[in-house]
Design a protein around this ligand. Structure first.
Ligand code: XMP
Length: 515
């Protein structure tokens, strides 16, 4: 039985980071929204509970609370920010709103020994933490003592050692609290007494058993995209059920240079996994003919993809399950306090829509993992390192990296520029520092001079970003020398491009892709 730490989500933007920090300490964790936490004890048999931060105020009626079982279970509990305030309020202490807002970096002073601080801080130590709160604790419930203070939060950390209840007003899960990860590790190891034995090898074995139980003797089909997630999911499923799995790889003609060959070679050659390779390049390109609107492009590609996939799956004579490389961040519904629908920024393309149409059930073996954990699992399964550390690539491919119409000519130009750019990044040993890097072909021509002749060619934009999860991103700070080198090579070697620019937009307000 896996030792699980239950994280009850009160809607903080950084709840997922708590789960990461717990798993980095070698302990499995799951996030459950507060309004589904009632049955979580029975379902997960957690060995410890962490209450996340959140945007609400416990001083207001109807705001979230932890279920009563949390306090009666005898389990150790760590409340973070709003979680601390909920703990205090529910156990009979006082919380006040309003007058002492603290946002960003703050300094705490440790005032007493506490198992949470063991090996990290001693009394009178001062250290940097990250705060983000408008309310503060003003009176402690019975049995608690203050173990750290800050200027805006006289109850910056509190403890009831007998019941193993701890609360921190700051956020130990973010990197701006430099020793925060050590506090979370202390909570799960020293306070909850859990061993740090959760590894990917562990996960692999447990997941294989689960897949076998779920699938039985049914046939499973899997859509390979050329990306890491669908590849890792497929290799894992193949390990579980062998040739009951068939992979379908649809080449829509919008892939990067040599991508299709690499995927086919790896699956058929190295793994001997049954693979249907569909060359649908013509079909996609003619469907995209004359389509310039970004959403229309995405919808055309998504719709056609489903059509082709469905046809191929039909030829296999029916399947009971569809495998998908869904990751944890896609699964967790962040708790919505407004209840309103979120705005569609872009229609993401995956094989969504198929399961209902084809009456398929889903197998999603990665749905509990973060992207970097999927990479570790991929290596564990023996996938080549160069493949596993690949940058993400969007389903609609190069079509959304060329604003305006998609043409064969533009695709060829873009492929070459992209290949040179990535070659230079690899040569400079920067590939693994970057979340995603790619070239974009702009629908703009500019005048240049090459040799003694005038040119009138396309402009290419280079994009590179750092990110934790693709939700927010910063542009990558290349040296001017690097940018100069990449730009010179692209202009010299790619016919059709005579100008290169570097995109320095972060997300938000930009998005990573251009469309
Ligand atoms: P944006 O452009 O929204 O992208 O900032 C965030 C991340 O998602 C990837 N992306 C996609 N991935 N299908 C995918 O599988 C899609 O339709 C899609 N659109 C964007 C993008 O490459 C980045 O990593």
């Amino acid at each position: 039985m896996t030792n699980t730490v239950l994280i009850i989500d009160f809607g903080s933007q950084v709840t997922q980071l708590i789960a990461r920090r717990v798993r980095e300490a070698g302990v499995y964790s799951e996030i459950v929204p507060f309004n589904q936490a009632e049955g979580a004890q029975e379902r997960l048999s957690p060995k410890a509970v962490i209450l996340s931060g959140g945007p609400a105020s416990v001083t207001e009626m109807g705001t979230p609370r932890a279920p009563e079982w949390v306090w009666a279970s005898g389990l150790p509990v760590l409340g973070i920010c709003y979680g601390e305030q909920a703990m205090v309020e529910q156990l009979g202490g006082g919380v006040e709103g309003g007058h002492s807002r603290e946002f960003g970096r703050a300094e705490i002073e440790v005032t007493a020994d506490c198992p949470l601080f063991e090996g990290v801080w001693s009394p009178r130590d001062r250290d940097q933490v990250w705060m983000s709160h408008g309310d503060r604790v003003t009176g402690l419930p019975e049995g608690f003592e203050v173990v750290a203070v800050s200027e805006g939060a006289p109850f910056a950390a509190i403890a009831n050692e007998e019941r193993r209840f701890y609360g921190v007003q700051f956020h130990p899960e973010v990197v701006h609290t430099p020793r925060g990860a050590a506090l979370i590790s202390n909570f799960v190891h020293k306070i909850a007494g859990l061993p740090g034995d959760w590894t990917m090898a562990h996960f692999r074995t447990a997941e294989i058993t689960k897949i076998r139980e779920q699938v039985g003797t049914s046939r499973v089909i899997s859509g390979l995209s050329g990306g890491v997630d669908s590849a890792v999911a497929s290799v894992l499923i193949h390990e579980a059920i062998g040739d009951q799995l068939t992979c379908i790889f649809v080449d829509h003609g919008l892939l990067r240079a040599s991508e299709a060959e690499e995927v086919v070679e790896m699956f058929r050659g190295a793994y001997n996994i049954p693979l249907v390779h569909v060359d649908a390049r013509e079909r996609f390109l003619s469907a995209l003919d004359g389509v310039a609107d970004p959403e229309k492009k995405r919808k055309t590609i998504g719709g056609l993809f489903i059509e082709v996939f469905e046809e191929e799956a039909g030829k296999l004579g029916g399947a009971g399950f569809l495998a998908q490389g869904t990751l944890y961040p896609d699964v967790i519904e962040s708790v919505s306090f407004t209840g309103g629908p979120s705005v569609t920024i872009k229609s993401h393309h995956n094989v969504g829509g198929l399961p209902e149409r084809m009456n398929l059930k889903l197998v999603e073996p990665l749905r509990e993992l973060f992207k970097d954990e999927v990479r570790v699992l991929g290596r564990e399964l023996g996938l080549p390192d160069a493949f596993v550390s690949r940058h993400p690539f969007p389903g609609p491919g190069l079509a959304i990296r060329m604003p305006g119409e998609v043409t064969v000519e533009k695709l060829e130009i873009l492929r070459k520029a992209d290949q040179i750019y990535l070659e230079e990044i690899r040569k400079a040993d920067l590939y693994n520092e970057i979340w995603q890097a790619f070239a974009v072909l702009l629908p703009v021509r500019s005048v240049g001079v090459m040799g003694d002749s005038r040119t009138y060619d396309y402009v290419c934009a280079l994009r590179a970003v750092t990110s934790m999860d693709g939700m927010t991103a910063d542009y990558f700070d290349f040296s001017h020398e690097f940018l100069g080198r990449a730009s010179t090579r692209i202009i010299n070697e790619v016919n059709g491009i005579n100008r290169v620019v570097y995109d320095i937009t972060s997300k938000p307000p930009g998005t990573i892709e251009w469309e």
